[in-house]
Design a protein around this ligand. Structure first.
Ligand code: OXD
Ligand code: MN
Length: 589
């Protein structure tokens, strides 16, 4: 059996656990990752030699590589993701549940001998700024060099994590094995009471990079409830006005609904002198600060973004970010070794190698890049990275934004009447499904706070936790709902989106600072006529009217359909939210 030895740590809790896991998985060798440049180079060369990474054109994409996953392993698998709490009710009706004993027994069977002939990489990492008392330390044991390299981009990985851990036993224990990538033997199991994650049978980011969805959201949300904070599926951005004042907002949009684009937005010409800074593009940890405001930290250190649709118009800053030091997964590649995906700028090449490694010709009905193909890029490459990204206390949040992908009903922007109404808007959020998870796309489903796949405990308790936060928040952020995706009768988007979302953001910030009046409707506050800055916007005023309109009959149907959603939580559903629904409904009936 491989020996577990390192001069990076003497932590007996850690070494004992690795010993135990190595005994179970029987790898040929155990390699501790220190996070150094030399190690990255070595692991990359090894991955290239095994065909796990394919070098790209080094002039066009310095230090960047392509990875092709198994075609059956391209997205998160929500139906194979489990919350393993002792009581089923603690996982709630929206999560898959397995009893901890049963899950450990089942997965032990799979992990047993699973790393024979392979290396077990020990990946120590920190979620959150180094040295912050609020950051969390995780150790991921993985048989995948691709995972180890991605974790090196996405987290603060290596020796600094071990130094921060010291002799403490307080770390997330993550065990990951790609196995034979058989979907029949694929399980992503979370054990909140043990601060542990066992993931078997997938190499896909959301299933295998355990710091991200598994620790920072599922386990994180459960820890947040226990410790009095919130782990949320939210981007964080700062907006600086021409006078130099910066306001921060956090926004929850479901997977593949434009969080990265919004977080890296370039304001349109009309907003000369305004600047946007990215703090995070996917996850926010929110805590009450000493000043009674809500403060946000991005626990990640890189971006795992959706490639298709990313271009110089939709997200120039992302294009610059992925210009070097990037791992691309399941994109297409040109003869010249350049990456390509649907929606990239320029002409569609005549010939490509598609995401499966097959020849592809222009005009083919098949996609050249997988719709959920991704880039993994370091945050430090982002030209508009906030200078507060490593600030242990984070940034103060003035507004929280919830947004779904809805063809109808939900207006471009609406402010909640108060905190409880805002929590209600978040709890009833719905969105059309995307390629970020396996299953049909374009189906409307409730995705409260964009957390449906990520809440690590009963969603009704999660709603209650949100409501309870108000008691500790003397200066709560204002809560808003947005919808960039409303369509007209012909199925065309009504709002241009992307940089023009700055117009909506400006109204949100003005409202959060009490700088502008508003128009009350039955369902929330909307911009008064003329208050949304539309100057220089090249679309018909009627389209904006339609995008911002509230149609009572649509809302009546919406409110009625929310009953079923709430009812499934039974007694655990907070009455406050059901009463919000009834009160709104009573006004339209
Ligand atoms: C992601 C997701 O990868 O939400 O961020 O699926
Ligand atoms: Mn996400």
């Amino acid at each position: 059996m491989a020996t577990v030895s390192t001069n990076l740590t003497t932590n007996t809790h850690l070494l004992g656990w690795i010993e135990e896991m190595a005994k179970l998985c029987t790898p040929d060798q155990v390699v501790f990752c220190d996070g150094s440049e030399g190690e990255k180079k070595r692991l990359t060369e090894f991955a290239v030699s095994k065909g796990i990474l394919i070098p790209l054109n080094h002039e066009k994409h310095p230090n960047s590589y392509l990875h092709r996953s198994n075609p059956n392993d391209v997205a998160r698998v929500e139906h194979l993701t489990f919350i393993c709490t002792p009581k089923k009710d603690d996982a709630g009706p929206t999560n898959n549940w397995m009893a901890p004993d049963e899950a450990y027994a089942k997965l032990k069977g799979l992990f047993e001998g699973s790393m024979k002939g392979r290396t077990m990489y020990v990946v120590p990492y920190v979620m959150g700024p180094l040295g912050s008392e609020h950051s969390k330390i995780g150790i991921e044991l993985t048989d995948s060099v691709y995972v180890a390299l991605n974790m090196g981009i996405m987290t603060r990985m290596g020796k600094p994590a071990l130094d921060m851990l010291g002799q403490s036993n307080d770390f997330n224990r993550g065990l990951h094995c790609t196995g034979d990538v058989n979907p029949e033997r694929r399980y992503i199991c979370h054990f909140p009471q043990d601060n542990a994650i066992w993931s078997f049978g997938s190499g896909y980011g959301g299933n295998a990079l355990l710091g991200k969805k598994c620790l920072a959201l599922r386990i994180g949300s459960a820890l947040g409830r226990k410790e009095g904070w919130l782990a949320e599926h939210m981007l964080i951005l700062g907006v600086e006005d021409p006078e130099g004042n910066t306001s921060y907002v956090a926004a929850a949009f479901p997977s593949a609904c434009g969080k990265t684009n919004f977080a890296m937005m370039i304001p349109p010409k009309r907003f000369a002198g305004w600047k946007v800074f990215t703090v995070g593009d996917d996850i926010a940890w929110l805590r009450v600060g000493e000043d009674g405001r809500l403060w946000a930290v991005n626990p990640e250190n890189g971006y795992f973004g959706v490639a298709p649709g990313t271009n110089m118009k939709s997200n120039p800053n992302a294009m610059k970010t992925i210009q070097k030091d990037t791992i691309f997964t399941n994109v297409a590649v040109t003869k010249n070794g350049e990456v390509w995906w649907e929606g990239l700028d320029g002409e569609v090449p005549d010939e490509l190698t598609d995401w499966k490694g097959q020849p592809w010709k222009k005009g083919s009905t098949e996609k050249a890049a997988h719709p959920n193909s991704r880039f993994t890029a370091p945050a430090s490459n982002n030209p508009i990275l906030s200078k507060h990204v490593n600030d242990p206390k984070g940034v103060p949040i003035s507004a929280i934004i919830f947004g779904g992908r809805r063809s109808s009903t939900v207006p471009l922007v609406m402010q909640s009447f108060n905190w409880a109404h805002g929590v209600y808007l978040g709890s009833t959020m719905a969105s059309e499904t995307t390629a970020a998870a396996t299953g049909a796309t374009g189906v409307v489903r409730r995705d409260p706070m964009a957390m449906l796949p990520f809440a690590g405990y009963n969603m009704a308790d999660y709603f209650q936790h949100w409501l309870n936060m108000q008691k500790h928040l003397p200066q709560p952020p204002k809560i808003f709902m947005v919808n960039w995706f409303r369509k007209n009768k012909d199925g065309k988007f009504l709002w241009p989106g992307y940089g023009d979302n700055m117009r909506v953001l400006k109204w949100i910030i003005d409202r959060a600072q009490g700088k502008v009046a508003t128009q009350e409707t039955l369902f929330g506050w909307v911009p008064k006529q003329g208050h949304l800055d539309l100057s220089g916007l090249d679309i018909a005023p009627e389209a904006v009217d339609e995008a911002t309109s509230i149609v009572e009959s649509e809302w009546k149907a919406e409110l009625e359909s929310q009953k079923q959603w709430f009812d499934q939580f039974g007694e655990r559903m907070p009455k406050t939210l059901e009463l919000q629904r009834q009160m709104l409904l009573s006004r339209v009936s």
